[in-house]
Design a protein around this ligand. Sequence first.
Ligand SMILES: [Zn+2]
Length: 328
Amino acid sequence: MSILRPVCASLSVVLSFALAAFPQNRTVAITVDDLPYAAADASPSLLPRDNQQVRGVNRRLLSAFRAHHVPVTGFVVQKRVEELGKDAGTGILARWTGTGLDLGNHIYSHPDINNLSVVEIEDEILKGEAIITPLMKQASKTPQFFRFPMNHTGDTQDKHDQIAAFLSQRGYRLATCTVDNSDYLFNDAYLQMLARHDEASVKKLRSDYLAYTSAEIDFYAALNKQALGYEPPQVMLLHDNRLNADVIEQVLKIFEAKGYKFVTLGAAQSDRAYEVPDPFIAKYGKFGPMWGYRWAEERKVKVDGALEPDPPEWILQYGREKAAKTQL
Ligand SMILES: [Zn+2]
């Protein structure tokens, strides 16, 4: 016993130090967009030519989510289900619901709603329910969440309010997100590297992606705390793509190492921070901002977006080179 005590004491010191390094009771909801497979915007030629690859990507994501007990919500682009072939696309999504995960509506064809009328948007929302509603029903659930492409929530007050009312009538809650890691940019470059068999770059990109993910989680945790005075549950935005399939284990471990427990999107958004109605925000550009920026704006808290880390320049550059050379 006399030998054990000092060991226990020093262990408890180590543990309490580790716990003090981050707030306790941290939680995060993991969300994955663009099921059943995210388009590679800058390199459509690199989309998989057969469904086997798409199935493999989803299988690896689901296997990691199961192993780490992550109650993910996946947001479906119905048009991509049809592009894969209805049976193949539905089969992939049925694995998600069969694993106990939830599906949400990410609109039919993934347009920028700023370019559509209210009637067109409503039509897109309804068509976006074709697969998710029956699959969720089989699991005795109904789709609860809707997420706008690019997080645009309406470019005029009128459009914003009409669509918000329509979504509410259909029983949807707006899916938020508080952390993103520009995974689509990394993935575009990653697909190029894989196509070129550029193994050295592949290895470096994976490592840089994980480092950037870690930095973004920390940045947004601090931003949210600055805006709200406490750390609310986080909502992580990832995409259903090859890069995430290859490193999802490590991404989940990063959250675990920072003390996060995985919760459902519904549980995350039950925090009071999410009670505030989504404001009309038209001034942002191509992508709607993460919620920390919105909270800061509502509360008139000055935050400096320039402090947010950027993805490494070499990765952005790799993407541009690839766009110029189409022979891949
Ligand atoms: Zn999307």
